[in-house]
Design a protein around this ligand. Structure first.
Ligand code: FES
Ligand SMILES: [Fe+2]
Length: 354
């Protein structure tokens, strides 16, 4: 599988990267080790010692977090990938004793990684997830392993017409009948679904949107950024009222490939800190509640689809297309074009990811 490398993607939620601990994670087929350095800044290194190729993640943090010590013969590497200590012989550092480091940024409650050419890694290109800014929002987070290619998850989030059939908790016939529109730019697709006068709203949603009876106007707006970084705004208001008066649930749905057949799913639910000291508990409770459908409804069907497709590309299989597929197909084509462009640039100028 060809991956998009020159893009920011989520490597972990910030709370998963605990001070003093090493976090091993394979992304885009590359074994990585993450840690917080002595100043608390996240760092990411290739998880492979250049001496005898032991995983550094089996070692330990030392020098107050400033370096990782290889478990096998004790070479130490700092966050830049440089060997800073050799306990053998005269202690000189061999020239080849270094490991690749990857640009990482902690922002919006997540650890973002850039796995392409380091010179192109501009943090300003991290998609806006202000609703996960920990200063203003309590953020409930979850991480899940999905045994399916990550692009099938893009389809799943960009086409929410499956809600009626897959998710009893949010199910309503109005979702399928909703008006859908989409817009796109180079690496961004917006898919907006508006359900006017929904009377069959499940009780759970009535409570969430604080509309105990009568019709509700609802909306599900999804923004996709390459490669598979998505934000979802799920809102509702009493029928006929302005959207601004409604209540909106703000969620991240980000997917990072582990391999061609596996992905990590990073999801979140944020609550403004302004609601008071219980904000974190409310965010955690909501994300826990959402995990049920994600784990027991979305995950099994996406994994079953992957088994039926057996590694074949979706468009090569000439699938039947329904109206709700428009945004996902657009995202798929944009992503393929970006990957193709990157591959062409690598061919012309040498590997940008080397
Ligand atoms: S394998 Fe790392 S120091 Fe030997
Ligand atoms: Fe779903």
């Amino acid at each position: 599988m060809n991956y998009l490398r020159n893009a920011w993607t989520v490597a972990a939620w910030a709370r998963e990267l605990e001070p003093g601990k090493l976090l091993a994670r394979t992304l885009l087929d590359e074994p990585l080790v993450f840690f917080r350095d002595h100043e608390g800044h996240p760092q990411a290194l290739h998880d492979c010692c250049p001496h005898r190729f032991a995983p550094l993640s089996m070692g330990r943090l030392c020098d107050g977090g400033a370096a990782v010590q290889c478990p096998y013969h004790g070479l130490r590497f700092d966050g830049s990938g440089a060997c800073v200590h050799n306990p053998h012989g005269d202690g000189r550092i061999p020239v080849a004793a270094k490991v690749r480091r990857y640009p990482v940024v902690e922002r919006f409650s997540a650890i973002w990684i850039w796995m392409g050419a380091e010179a192109l890694a501009d943090p300003a290109r991290i998609p806006d997830f202000s609703f996960n800014d920990p200063e203003h929002y309590a953020v409930g987070t979850g991480t899940m392993v999905i045994d399916a290619p990550y692009d099938l998850e893009i389809d799943n989030i960009l086409d929410l017409s499956h809600i009626e059939f897959m998710h009893p908790l949010f199910s309503s016939e109005a979702v399928r009948r909703g008006q859908v529109s989409f817009e796109h730019e180079v690496d961004t697709v917006w898919c907006k679904r508006f359900m006017a006068e929904d009377c069959e709203v499940p009780d759970f949603l009535r409570q969430a949107f604080q509309v105990p009876d009568g019709s509700i106007d609802r909306w599900l707006d999804v923004r996709w950024n390459a490669p598979a970084v998505m934000a979802l705004w799920a809102g509702g208001v009493a029928h006929g009222r302005e959207k601004e008066e409604g209540i909106v649930s703000q969620q991240a749905h980000c997917f990072t490939p582990v391999s061609p057949t596996q992905a990590l799913y990073f999801y979140s639910f944020s609550v403004p800190r302004a609601i008071g000291p219980m904000a974190q508990a409310v965010a955690d409770q909501n994300v826990q509640m959402l995990r049920g459908p994600f784990e027991h409804e979305d995950k099994p069907i996406v994994e079953a689809v992957a088994r039926r497709m057996a590694g074949r590309d979706l468009l090569d299989l000439k699938p039947v297309l329904l109206p709700g597929d428009a945004a996902a197909v657009r995202a798929r084509r944009l992503l393929q074009a970006l990957i193709q462009k990157e591959a062409t640039a690598d061919g012309a100028h040498g590997s940008a990811s080397a």
